[in-house]
Structures are given as C-alpha cells and as structure tokens.
Design a protein around this ligand. Sequence first.
Ligand code: C5P
Length: 231
Amino acid sequence: MNERVIVALDTRSAPNALELVDRIGARCSFYKVGLELYTAEGPAVVQSLRDLGKNVFLDVKLHDIPNTVAGATARAGEMGVTFLTVHAMGGLDMLRAASAAAPPSLTLLGVTVLTSLDEAGLEALFGRRVEDAGGEADRLACMVRQAGLRGAVCSAAEAARVRRTMGPGSSIVTPGIRLAGEAVHDQRRVRTAAQAFRDGATHVVVGRSVTAARDPAAAFARIVTDAESAR
Ligand code: C5P
C-alpha cells in the first residue's frame, strides 16, 4: 500500500523538499511536486527525486493551447514523471493532444472542477445557472475519458462517482486525506485514506499530515496502516 500513498512536497526549495524526503525515509516511494516547488526549482528537483529512486507526480495542472500542452506533456514524459495533471477545462482538443503526446510510462490525470470553485464561482465563469458543481465535475470527467486519459484527480467524496465515469483500470487520485480525529487545516471536506480507497481511489495524496508532523516517517506509517485497513 505504501506505493499508493503520495506525499505532497509543498515546500519553497529543493533542499527543504529533499530534507523532508530523507526524514520520511525509504518506505515512501511517491512524491508530488506542485507549482511552488516546480516554479522555484524546475526539472532539477524532479531529477533529484528520480535519482533517489522515487516516483514523481508533477502537479502543474496544464491548461493552454493543444500544441503547447502536448509539448509540455512530452517533456514531462522525458523527465520520467509518472503522473501529470491537466485541466479538463482546457477542452477536448487540448486533452487529446496531451494524451497523444504522453509516453506509456506517463499517466495523465484530468482535473475537473477545483474544490475552491463553488456553484457561484462556476456561474460567474460560465455565465449560466449552475445547480450542482459535482454534476459539472462529472460532465468534465466524461470528457477526460473521451479524450483517452487514464486518470483523474478528485476529492475522496467524489471518488466513487468519478470511478464509475472513468471506468475500471483508470487511476483515481484523491487529496484531502487525514487520519481520523486529526486537524483538517484549510480543507473543507477530508476523508481518511481507508475511506478513499474503499470509494475507488487508487492513490491518495497526503501533505501536512505527514510533512508537518514531528516524526514524518511515523506519520507516513500511520497513514499506510490506515490505508491497509481498507482491504
Ligand atoms: O491538505 P494537504 O496538506 O494534505 O494537501 C495536500 C496536497 O493536495 C496539496 O498539495 C494541495 O494542493 C492538494 N490539493 C488539495 N485539495 C484539492 C486539490 C489539491 O488538498 N482539492
């Protein structure tokens, strides 16, 4: 199960990130590099993680014209990235171009509706009435699948629905994971790893529960133990 628990390296610099990786230890084999760390350090931090034998989820949520996104996807593939996020709202042609540019070693994950957008935020974006943000997310997940992508990112609360839409064999990656009874920080809806896996997630992303813990290795082990209870 530990290879299915991804730790988010939401740090400002590569030295901070690599110190965390060292403290978490050998059991964790999958790390998420997000926009802040990637903007600060670029491909070098991905290479450092690959040199340590770690898998990398590059969470930069690509959204641009198809040709540009296809180029960025191909470069991420060359870097040895395992998961890469693209915005479904970039449209079907963009998703298809990304899908065609991804090597077999790279799984593209479609991002549907950011959890920071509620119905009012979507209405302002689309210029029409939106009754249910979850329904919009589902519509976009259909498009992600239609474009040939093999994965999606969603909250654990939506994992079961997204799993039905994406079909068996697809990767469903869910953030917002906490241990039972733990601080939720700024997350509105959290789930335990066990709940996420039971609902159809294939991977969970954990950030502060591990990275802000006094003993990150022990915190990682507790999340894995919780995840294993889902079996
Ligand atoms: O809250 P936590 O520190 O566990 O967050 C882990 C990662 O998941 C962060 O990198 C955050 O950006 C990402 N994420 C999230 N909720 C979303 C989408 C992404 O927490 N809805």
